[in-house]
Design a protein around this ligand. Sequence first.
Ligand code: 5CA
Ligand code: ZN
Length: 410
Amino acid sequence: MQSWPAPKLPVVPGVPVPLRLYDSATRTVKPTEPEDVATLYVCGITPYDATHLGHAATYLAFDLVQRVWRDNRFDVHYVQNATDIDDPLLERAERDGVDWQELAASQIQLFREDMEALRVLPPRDYIGAVEAMPEIIRAVKQLMESGAAYRIDVPDADGELHADVYYDVRSTDAFGYESGYDRGTMLRLFAERGGDPDRPGKRDALDALLWRMERPGEPAWDSPMGPGRPGWHIECAAIAGNRLGYTIDLQGGGSDLIYPHHECSAAHAEALSGRPPFARHYTHAGMIGLDGEKMSKSRGNLVFVSQLRREGVDPMAIRLALLSRHYREDRFWTAATLDEAVERLARWRAAAQRFGFDTTEVVAKLRSALGNDLDTVKAIKVVDQWAQNSSLGGAQVAAAVDALLGIRLV
Ligand code: 5CA
Ligand code: ZN
């Protein structure tokens, strides 16, 4: 699919600071260590109810990763998917009486426009599950052939046999290292987040669906397994692995993807390559909430980027508001968060116009804050102090704020 246009990225003078980042698998902040090409995969939207502020916050966190890596002169290969075929999308299309493909296409287009407005650097490859179907099918076939996958061979509760294909979590010893969760937690989250622990005929309750055989009225694609459609986790394993290789620098998404999604996509990828770990870093952004609850499509407590834009809110203020707390923290969106960002942006913009003494110290401090697990709270403080000091010039800091925080001041 088409990605979206890239904003200009100024080169910042001075010495870049390498990126240290929290890794969910080891539960530590550790250095990122890309080779020449830094490889980044971030889980994209399921295209309905896009783009709410939770989505935006997550993509902004990984946008900072790309910006810090680019500052460190790495060539960044960034891949993002769009889950443009899955149960929740079909359910929403059905509920609203619209064609699922049209729903997906229109929401993906809205997402592109929101990302461009927020000055998010685009992925090099923006890939829909539907367009990736041949490679997803190849991956499932390979897992069947290697014995890591099996077919259900008992009838469902309705008495019908659907020979769906599942990944066997017991095919390796490694399953569980990414989240580190105990089995009870895994079972609970699996049931909450699209899994089917009680499906009859599974070898293990935690086995995840790889290929769902065609049901009447559902879209289906031909495959060696028979006509059907893919499970969720294999989509990301195949799309990432085929473009970035099966050892990537960073697998990213919101913390709601730690389990089962990233655990299972890592397990699928490792079964395909025979070479763990799939990612050197698994990094997760905290959840944005509204009115005391996580912002989610199922709860419907959503604030949309496009709605704020229509109301005339400057996208740079939305960006600054979402960066005003640390990316890993769960946090609530409030009117005050936005008001504060609007005021701060005005102060920074005024300061950017100043002629004065250009110091490299502000930029150095900004870099060191971001290099330390994307500490935007500290980074914003550094820029606030610069804005208050009327003897300091504007041009150099404005360029650094643009390149590193993605906020355009001039
Ligand atoms: N298509 C899958 C990933 S392959 C998916 O989870 N789609 S999504 O539309 O539900 O979410 C898109 C991204 O936004 C994911 O990385 C998810 O973790 C993140 N996300 C969803 N809700 C929130 C929220 N309230 N706060 C922060 N991030 C969120
Ligand atoms: Zn994903």
